[in-house]
Design a protein around this ligand. Structure first.
Ligand code: CTP
Ligand code: MG
Length: 169
């Protein structure tokens, strides 16, 4: 189905790109009021913590959706790609939120690293949210799961160098 590994890689990146954009946007456009409003969970710890803001959530979904629309315009499949863009972005932000919820339950402070969860949580939920519209081939799913952690770490490192992020991971 995929002539060579480069084609498979391109198919994986093309499909998951709205989730990447949605996940990265809050680093630049986020801030302000936290989603949990500073409230604590029954264990006395923050629900999500101050790193999860309303502005970050909304800007991330909007950015992923806009990218999906652009992909749709580029391919002539506007309804398919705009639906995918929205669902991948929503899933990515929900996965990010779920990751923070789990981290707070484990008493990990905002910004502390949780390997695998930080790098893959958002992309797994993005795939789940998009699945009612489209499930990629297993080769594409596997490629996404393999390439996402190094891409996530590399973009975070660059974001740190550009002084957008206070931590390099
Ligand atoms: N961010 C945001 N709103 C979101 C998600 C992220 O404003 N919904 C911004 C915050 O400034 C956050 C930064 O993007 O600090 C990086 O996101 P992330 O690494 O996911 O958050 P952490 O600060 O590491 O917090 P946590 O420990 O909860 O993962
Ligand atoms: Mg983090």
């Amino acid at each position: 189905m995929y002539g060579d590994p480069i084609q498979l890689l391109a198919a994986a990146v093309w499909f998951i790109l709205p989730a990447y954009v949605a996940n990265a946007t809050p680093v630049v456009l986020g801030g302000g009021r936290p989603i949990d409003g500073g409230r604590l969970f029954i264990d006395g710890r923050p629900i999500f913590g101050p790193g999860k803001t309303i502005r970050g959530f909304i800007s991330g979904i909007a950015a992923g959706f806009i990218l999906g629309i652009l992909q749709g315009l580029a391919t002539g499949q506007l309804s398919l790609y705009s639906a995918l863009g929205f669902l991948l972005a929503l899933g990515a932000l929900m996965g990010d939120l779920l990751g923070s919820f789990i981290k707070r339950r484990a008493n990990l402070k905002r910004g502390s690293p949780a390997p695998i969860l930080d790098q893959l949580g958002f992309v797994v939920l993005a795939l789940v949210f998009a699945s009612p519209v489209l499930v990629p081939t297993w080769e594409v799913v596997l490629t996404i799961l393999i390439i996402t952690p190094p891409i996530h770490l590399a973009t975070n490192f660059i974001g740190h160098k550009l002084k957008l992020k206070d931590r390099p991971y």
